[in-house]
Design a protein around this ligand. Structure first.
Ligand code: ARG
Length: 286
């Protein structure tokens, strides 16, 4: 399972599009680079191949690759960002997935923020709406990918993307911060998923749910350590990493990672991304 990341070369707070971002609270770029590199190193230690997209100046949130698209098998549905500040990313993500040989669909044409709002539990796509993704985009994405969707209403602006309050760990286990979704949506999750590990609000605001499970290791921010015992009971161990600089932009581990993507046909591999480790982009980042 490769993971797509984008170096934080141009990362910063240049606008405010979620309640975490404050122009007067800038990012420490050197620290951001250290945190991002530690995440890459953690993935590699877990045996995950890390692929890099080329960062572009003027697109400070490109580092959040989770928002590029949602992917299933050979098919990709590209994001249509709600805010103009991020729409400049769209052509790069389209080029990357096309060059990788995916069947790319962007037919939706209404706001849809990719794997930030659309997460698979098994083969079912759980989709958040209310802040970024338009609810009408959800059935359209499901049709394009040929999968069933479960719409979930997000209700707390701090949890503006589904991946800030909900995280599938395997096909029968999820993390859920119930205050991020409506009561009906929380009940729907509890009905559909066998094991729901509930995350207290103050743990979720530390971006604990913004996690990626690599086998039985859950990689997330240091806030995840509060869930060590329920996770251990469910058979998971915790890898908690400092994410302070990315949290200033409203992001954490999962936002920085788009798992399960890469060249479908290595021969047509993208000029816009590289699997080279010491990566020039990673090197540039700090
Ligand atoms: N500043 C970015 C935005 O507001 C953060 C995106 C975080 N990504 C995520 N998948 N939750 O769009």
């Amino acid at each position: 399972m490769p993971v797509l990341m984008c170096p934080p070369t141009y990362f910063g707070i240049e606008y405010e599009i979620n309640p975490w971002m404050h122009l007067e609270v800038p990012v420490d770029r050197a620290e951001a680079s250290r945190q991002w590199k530690a995440l890459c190193a953690t993935y590699r230690d877990l045996g995950v191949e890390v692929l890099f997209a080329d960062p572009l100046s003027g697109l400070p949130d490109m580092v959040f690759t989770a928002n590029a698209a949602v992917v299933h098998g050979d098919r990709v549905v590209l994001s249509r960002f709600r805010h103009s500040q991020r729409q400049g990313e769209e052509p790069s993500w389209a080029r990357l997935f096309e060059s990788w040989g995916y069947e790319v669909s962007d037919a939706i044409g209404i706001p849809f923020e990719g794997a930030g709002d659309a997460l698979f539990v098994g083969d079912t796509l759980f989709c958040g709406y209310g802040f970024r993704t338009d609810p009408r985009a959800i059935p359209a994405a499901g049709r394009a990918l040929g999968v069933e969707t479960v719409p979930l209403e997000l209700v707390d602006p701090r949890f503006y993307h589904l991946d800030t309050c909900f995280c599938p760990l395997d096909s029968r286990t999820v993390l859920l911060a119930p205050n991020g979704v409506s009561a009906e949506s929380a009940d729907r999750i509890r009905r559909l998923v066998e094991r729901v590990i509930e995350v207290p609000e103050q743990v979720a605001t530390g971006f604990a749910c913004n996690a990626l499970a690599v086998g039985s290791t859950v990689v997330s921010s240091t806030a995840l350590e509060a869930l060590r015992s329920p996770l251990a009971e469910a058979g998971f161990r915790v890898a908690g990493l400092p994410m302070s600089e990315f949290m200033k932009a409203g992001g954490g581990v999962r936002c920085l990672s788009l798992p399960g993507v890469g060249p479908r046909d290595r021969a047509r591999s993208a000029p816009a991304a590289t699997a080279e480790p010491a990566a020039r982009p990673a090197g540039d980042a700090g």
